[in-house]
Each structure stands twice: as structure tokens, then as C-alpha cells.
Design a protein around this ligand. Structure first.
Ligand SMILES: [Zn+2]
Length: 440
């Protein structure tokens, strides 16, 4: 008797996270995400934090979603789908694929709220039951399996490490995690419980396994933004800021700073409306005093008829320079009459993909040619670095380590770190998609 791991997506690659864990004749699926590059390349008009409806067959064929065909013969055995957090590379394929499995989809309240918005906005015919479970709760799924959602910090709220408890041992799925003592919103990482649990196998995100040091706390960009706004609010400049729409802590910080500066906070763009409304719905943040304009078609009219734009702070979608997002439209289609010295802040990093790099560079050039001052990289990542990985390994002391969310180079670096932390090298499993493995 043993546990079988079926890596479906996100192993030896970055994106479309999905793993199935088979315990006797029952299966749980952890995450069901999009491969964002492949998805955006095959979708007209996509914004970075949003989806549009497409056929399952096409999405699988272009590797934009996990290839769940590998589970064809096991569909009936799936007892639950569990989502670690609200980022699209973890939740974005649920609206397209969950219908293949006759079981509920579980997540924390914020994750489920975002998922509901994705389903609603895309008019997906969705039949699976959606179940919200709080962070740090433990619940029984079937006769053999219990699930525990442990709070962990990341760059979107209510992220969890999913622990699958079975009679053969417990598996912890720590995909997309950081260690932040001051996350600005929500719970800290439940280190106490992590230390107490006896974990047989640990899935650990290796995206930044090549980067030394610790990842900055979210309080670092929050402070930088505070000082930036204090220094730059003395004149009648128009101010725009763009960040990831799922980065609710940052958006909340900026909204509060806008009010302190005496400016009206304004959110422009579809995905920003989606994520901030979800946060408001589950009472994570209060955005009731914000003016929200969701659709680009209305943004133009809104901006062109606004009497005192210099009394606002505009938070807009399009931080990667995506041509169809709101910021690009504002710039390229002249939705707004920028004046010399106006300010645009990119509170994000450029995700290092050729297309993003080119889009961003073009957008920054266009802004500068209008005399706009561009500020960038006021940001903290949501992903653990080497020293954080070591802390997780020391706390959890798993028997097996399974690196995920990285290419082979990043996985090898994670193996090196784990070996140095005393993990048996034969028990560090470097899987590729559909390379099934049993652990005893
Ligand atoms: Zn994430």
C-alpha cells in the first residue's frame, strides 16, 4: 500500500500547476492552473489577470492548461479539487476543466470568490460545487483522506499550504509561498503547525531556488510607496499606478495612501474590479470609497469628462504593458491627456518573457515621449528565496522533497539546497509531467 503521485502540470516547467495524489482508490487534485504565456498567446484580448472562455480541447492542445487526459481512466476516483490560492496559474483552469470530475472544488473564501467571478464573467456553465474553507481548518473528505489548509504568506491573500492527511502519512503542498513577518493583510505563515506536523513528502516551489537571501516583506514596498507619495504630492501632477490585480495588500496600501494625500482612489480595468470586489465581498479590505470603472469602453469617457484628475490617484491594469489592458489603451488610444511631469508608477517586476519585456519597454517609451515621469520596480516578490527554502525544510523536516514550479535548472538548485539541509538525495524527486511515482 502506498501513495501515488501523478504530476499533471507544472513539473519541470513554470505554469499550469496541477498534481493528483492517489491514496488507494481515491484521488485528490491540488491546483488546476493556466500556463499564462501559452494561454495569452492563444487568446485574443487577454489581460494579465483575467481569462476568456475557450474550448478545453484547444487549451490542452496548446499546453495552456494541465493535460488532464492522463487522468482519463481515473476520473471517477477524484473526490475533490483543492486550490492553494487565487493566482491564475493555480486556479485559472478550473472553469474549463473541473467539469470532467464530479466532485467539489475547495479553496479559501477569497480564492473561491475570485473563482466565482471568473466563472460568472466568462459565462461558463459550471456544475461543480464550490466550497470555501478557512485558513488553518482541517476537514474530512472521504473515508481515507483529510485535508488541512495552513495559512502561508504570498502575494495574494488567503494562500494556503495544502496538507493531505492519509493513513500512509501526510503530504504537504507548498506551492507559491514566502515567509513574510509583516504581510500587511491577512494571516502570517502558520509556522507553529508546520513544525508540529509529521510530513512524509513536501512539494516545494523552486521558482527562486537560484536566488540567494530572503524575499522582502510586503511592508518594504509599502514603505517605499509611502515615502514616494509624500515626496511627490506637492504639485498638481496626475498620478497613475499599476500593479498585479491580485496583489490586494499593495492595492489596499495605495488606496489608503491616496486618501492620506487627499486624492480620490480610482480603479480602472476589468481584472482589478474582479479581484478587489472579491476581496471586499469576503471582508478582506474595504474598497467602498473607491470609484471603480471596470470596462475599457467606459474608461475613455470617464477620463475625458473628469473635472479634476489631479485630485485622483488612478490604479490601473496593465503592469506588464499588455496591449489590451487599460494602461496601454490610455496611452496608445489617448484616453487621457498626459501633461509634462505626470507620474506613472509600475509597482511590479517585468515577468521575464520576451513578449512582456518588449511590451513594457514600448509602453515606457510612449509614456516618456509624452513627458511622463516613469518610476518602476517598487515591488516585493511573493516567492521564497534560498534562505526561506532552508527555513521551510528545517521546520518541516520532510522525508521526501518534490520541487515544482520551476525548470530543470531551478529543480536541481532546490535539490542542492535540500541535500545540504540533510534530506536523503534519493528522496528528492525531480519529476516531469506524467512521471508517476509511488512513495511508501
Ligand atoms: Zn501565486
Amino acid at each position: 500500500m502506498s501513495i501515488e503521485i501523478i504530476p499533471v502540470g507544472g513539473f519541470s516547467e513554470i505554469g499550469r500547476n496541477c498534481v493528483a495524489i492517489k491514496v488507494d482508490d481515491e484521488i485528490v487534485i491540488l491546483d488546476m492552473g493556466l500556463h499564462l504565456e501559452n494561454y495569452i498567446n492563444h487568446t485574443e484580448g487577454a489581460e494579465f489577470d483575467d481569462i476568456t472562455d475557450m474550448s478545453e480541447k484547444i487549451l490542452i492542445d496548446v499546453d495552456a492548461v494541465p493535460n488532464i487526459r492522463v487522468l482519463d481512466k481515473l476520473k471517477k476516483n477524484v473526490v475533490g479539487i483543492f486550490i492553494s490560492h487565487a493566482h491564475l496559474d493555480h486556479v485559472g483552469a478550473v472553469p474549463f476543466l473541473a467539469k470532467n470530475f464530479k466532485c467539489p472544488v475547495y479553496g479559501t473564501p477569497f480564492t473561491i470568490q475570485v473563482l466565482k467571478a471568473l466563472i460568472r464573467d466568462n459565462k461558463v456553465n459550471f456544475k461543480n460545487k464550490l466550497v470555501a474553507k478557512k485558513q488553518n481548518s482541517r476537514f474530512k473528505i472521504s473515508k481515507n483522506i483529510e485535508i488541512e489548509f495552513l495559512s502561508v504568506t504570498h502575494s495574494t491573500p488567503q494562500t494556503v499550504i495544502i496538507v493531505v492527511h492519509t493513513k500512509y502519512g501526510s503530504i504537504a503542498y507548498a506551492n507559491d509561498v514566502k515567509l513574510d513577518d509583516n504581510p500587511m493583510i491577512g494571516e502570517k505563515t502558520n509556522l507553529k503547525r508546520l513544525k508540529k506536523l509529521k510530513i512524509k513528502a513536501l512539494f516545494l516551489n523552486c521558482l527562486y531556488s537560484t536566488t540567494p537571501g530572503h524575499t522582502d516583506s510586503e511592508s518594504v514596498p509599502a514603505n517605499e510607496l509611502k515615502h514616494f507619495f509624500l515626496d511627490n504630492n506637492h504639485n498638481k501632477k496626475n498620478m497613475f499606478l499599476t500593479t498585479f490585480s491580485s496583489q490586494i495588500a499593495r492595492i489596499k496600501t495605495v488606496k489608503e495612501l491616496a486618501i492620506k494625500m487627499g486624492r480620490k482612489p480610482v480603479f480602472l480595468g476589468r481584472s482589478l474590479a474582479k479581484y478587489t470586489c472579491a476581496a471586499q465581498d469576503v471582508k478582506l479590505a474595504d474598497f467602498s470609497d473607491v470609484k471603480i470603472v471596470k470596462y475599457s469602453s467606459k474608461v475613455k469617457k470617464f477620463l475625458s469628462t473628469l473635472p479634476n484628475p489631479e485630485k485622483c490617484l488612478f490604479i490601473v491594469t496593465g503592469n506588464q504593458g499588455e496591449p489590451n489592458a487599460t494602461l496601454s489603451k490610455i496611452v496608445y488610444e489617448n484616453y487621457f491627456d498626459f501633461k509634462r511631469g505626470d507620474i506613472v508608477i509600475f509597482s511590479c517586476t517585468v515577468i521575464p518573457v520576451q513578449e512582456n519585456v518588449e511590451n513594457r519597454s514600448r509602453l515606457e517609451q510612449a509614456l516618456k515621449s509624452k513627458g511622463v515621469n516613469v518610476y518602476k520596480d517598487i515591488h516585493a516578490s511573493g516567492h521564497a528565496r534560498q534562505e526561506d527554502h532552508k527555513t521551510f525544510l528545517r521546520l518541516i523536516k520532510p522525508e521526501y522533497v518534490l520541487p515544482l514550479h520551476g525548470d530543470r535548472h531551478r529543480m536541481r538548485k532546490m535539490k542542492e539546497i535540500a541535500v545540504n539541509e540533510g534530506i536523503n538525495k534519493d528522496k528528492i524527486l525531480m519529476l516531469r509531467n506524467n512521471e508517476r511515482i509511488s512513495i511508501n
